[in-house]
Design a protein around this ligand. Structure first.
Ligand code: GDP
Length: 139
């Protein structure tokens, strides 16, 4: 099923100039980039994006981290894009991430784990619309 998912290359990765390396790995899976922008999140934008985590003890630290530098937001399209990209990303904690995953290869630690990807199609719909409008996606 052709599907879209939402990706962020996080500040720890943009800081180390890894955008190209990560996008190369994404594109090698066959996923296509249908929208992309590099931005610096405000605190309010980061809080809104991660609102599902607002009761978690790490929420403040996560928001601070996501605002600490630029991020690259993109919409990826392909067969089973949500699952395919989650598999490429690997486990949240790089210590548990499988060989060959982005987090195994690039993440610094549990928080600074280099990439975000939607965890379900419904989440993807919210996250895509949070950052992009229909005119900004070229399918
Ligand atoms: P994901 O879907 O794999 O990104 O994981 P979650 O939705 O559970 O968490 C969102 C993000 O919060 C993760 O990607 C990490 O950047 C961060 N995070 C998750 N768990 C922790 C934690 O226990 N401590 C800290 N500091 N950050 C965390």
């Amino acid at each position: 099923m052709l599907q879209r998912t939402f990706s962020i290359i996080k500040p720890d990765a943009t800081e180390r100039n890894l955008e190209g390396a990560i996008l190369d790995r994404i594109q090698k899976t066959g996923l296509r980039v249908v929208a992309m922008k590099k931005i610096r999140l405000t605190r309010e934008q980061a809080e809104g994006f991660y609102h599902v985590h607002k009761e978690r003890p790490f929420f403040g630290s996560l928001v601070e981290f996501m605002c600490s530098g630029p991020v690259v937001c993109s919409v990826l399209e392909g067969e089973d894009a949500v699952t395919k990209y989650r598999e490429l990303m690997g486990a949240t904690n790089p210590a548990n991430a499988a060989e060959g995953t982005l987090r195994k290869d690039f993440a610094v630690n549990l928080e600074a784990n280099s990439v975000h990807g939607s965890d379900a199609p419904e989440t993807a719909a919210f996250e895509i619309s949070y950052f992009f409008n229909a005119l900004e996606m070229i399918g």
